[in-house]
Design a protein around this ligand. Structure first.
Ligand SMILES: NC(=O)c1ccc[n+]([C@@H]2O[C@H](COP(=O)([O-])OP(=O)(O)OC[C@H]3O[C@@H](n4cnc5c(N)ncnc54)[C@H](O)[C@@H]3O)[C@@H](O)[C@H]2O)c1
Length: 492
């Protein structure tokens, strides 16, 4: 039986007044009928206005050390199968299970670790076999790379079964699920780590360390984005399971993929750890591209007829956020226009400025322009953080978005093995992901502002910033001789 999201939540006991299954909104394009949209998305507003009593503060939480981290992978398509291979190179990792609803994908992922001595059991017996992975008592970490709709339900179930979870971006697509992730992580004291690999890209880490050392002075404004022309892939059967990305973009109008641009700047601004987001406002263009693509695709394959004239997400989304300390963030999202890839990554402070896109990253200390290459290199040397010095070269050898994927995985395992707080905890997962539904509400309401929930319940004021010094930990080795190099990974 195919498990629907509603059935699963019911099976897992998520029923009653708190269950708002309408959280995935109708997503009509902005400007059609604001009143009707406002009503349709009203549950987003009410969920966003919720508060909660913190059960336990997961920020800075040191879980018991796990010397040998036993992992179960769920969802081994493009992203998951590359993760299986990367993880197999890290010492102190044991891959116990690989689960995918498509048996050939699970098998292919297993093929990638033949040479590294892992004995993964395959779970391919239908839509619900992932539950059997979560139930195993010899697994410590569920590494989750399915399509978006299953992220929160599987993560919640896994934590309930006593597993730490690392889950792909975004962690959830509704405000309600963001709250559930927080509450479950606090209740179970299990980490819920969002796999925001862009936090581990080289320039992002450099600017994080520069910010920590005061190079930018006080931070005023940051920018992030996910601008990547992946339009054609929406109608390519080979690219994604069951056209899930087309489906998301056909019914939701907002910043659906906020975390790549947002994660790094939140760490730089100490959001959830010294500052907090207060409200956002979001605006979207109309769709000028996706419907045309679908009409063309339908000429060759009648399957796509059902998508013609759907209320597709407006191509460009621009969201602005204001923080408690009076700082601002600009966030953009466009995956359906022909333009160069960009995550913006802009950091503006009282003393200096940094910008990564267009490439390469650049630093400025005034209106006269960017520093010349030799001065940039001096700063690069001075401020390169310990994690890059330790693992950067190896990470580049493994590959996966230039190495950032491997640095992320290595750091996650090192934190679990040493009982250290994770860099990206459940509050980050919830906050960075909640931009999706909140931006949908704002767009449907003529860009009116919406309150951003404080998932930390006030502990943001005293939570400690992410520690990237490697003063503790850093003890996890890598099976260098096994590295095949350039882990096959589609561009993000
Ligand atoms: N961080 C990054 O750089 C990055 C890059 C690409 C994708 N992603 C994220 O990774 C996730 C997966 O993306 P993808 O491109 O690999 O998609 P994909 O469609 O290739 O992979 C998803 C996999 O989940 C499997 N699946 C579906 N239902 C399942 C079920 N009930 N049980 C077990 N497996 C099931 C599918 O068969 C498929 O193999 C998404 O959340 C995406 O946003 C992140």
């Amino acid at each position: 039986m195919a498990i629907s999201r509603r059935n699963f939540l019911k099976a897992a006991g998520f029923t009653g007044a708190a269950l708002v299954t309408g959280c995935t909104p109708t997503g009509k394009t902005s400007g059609t009928d604001p009143k009707a949209q406002s009503e349709a998305l009203g549950n987003i507003l009410s969920e966003a206005q919720k508060t909660h009593a913190q059960i336990f503060n997961m920020s800075g939480y040191c879980a018991p050390k796990i010397e040998n981290v036993r992992i179960g992978f769920i969802g081994t398509g493009n992203r998951g199968s590359a993760a299986v291979e990367r993880m197999s190179y890290i010492e102190g990792v044991n891959i116990k299970a690989i689960c995918d609803v498509r048996p050939e994908k699970a098998q292919a992922a297993k093929e990638r670790i033949k040479t590294t001595g892992h004995e993964a059991i395959l779970y391919t017996d239908g839509d619900e076999d992932w539950m059997n992975v979560c139930k195993r008592d010899d697994i410590d970490l569920i590494y989750l790379c399915t399509h978006w709709e299953l992220h929160a339900p599987i993560a919640i179930y896994a934590m309930e079964q006593g597993k730490h979870v690392a889950l792909e971006v975004p962690a959830a697509t509704t405000v309600e699920d963001c709250w559930k992730l927080v509450e479950t992580s606090e209740k179970t004291k299990k980490h819920c780590v969002i796999l925001e690999n862009c936090c581990y890209d080289f320039f992002e880490l450099l600017t994080l360390n520069m910010a920590r050392q005061g190079f930018f002075g006080e931070l005023i404004h940051c920018e992030g984005a996910y601008i990547h022309d992946i339009l054609e892939s929406f109608v390519n059967k080979e690219k994604r399971y069951d056209y899930w990305r087309l489906k998301e973009n056909a019914v939701r109008n907002g910043n659906l993929y906020p975390t790549h641009g947002l994660g790094p700047v939140c760490q730089i601004m100490n959001i959830n750890r010294g500052d907090k987001m207060e409200y956002l406002t979001s605006m979207a263009s109309n769709d000028f591209n996706t419907n045309n693509l679908v009409k063309e695709a339908a000429k060759k394959d009648p399957y796509f007829n059902q998508y013609i004239d759907k209320p597709f997400r407006g191509n460009m989304n621009t969201t602005t956020i204001r923080t408690k300390l009076g700082r601002t963030i600009l966030l953009q999202h466009d995956v359906t226009s022909p333009r160069p890839y960009s995550r913006l990554h802009t950091v503006s402070g009282t003393k200096a400025f940094a910008q990564k896109y267009p490439l390469p990253g650049k630093i400025s200390i005034g209106h006269g322009g960017f520093l010349p290459e030799d001065e940039y290199e001096k700063l690069n040397k001075q401020y390169t953080p310990a994690i890059i010095n330790k693992i950067g070269d190896l990470a580049q050898k493994v590959g996966g978005h230039g190495g950032m994927d491997f640095m992320m995985d290595w750091r996650l395992i090192d934190c679990l093995r040493n009982g250290l707080p994770v860099d990206m905890d459940v509050y980050d997962a919830a906050l960075w992901s909640v931009m999706g539904p909140l931006s949908e509400w704002s767009i449907a309401n003529r860009s009116n502002s919406i309150e951003i929930p404080d998932f930390t319940n006030g502990s943001w004021a005293t939570n400690k910033p992410v520690d990237i010094s490697l003063a503790v930990g850093g003890t996890t080795g890598v099976q260098e001789s096994a590295i095949k190099g350039n882990t096959n990974q589609i561009n993000i």
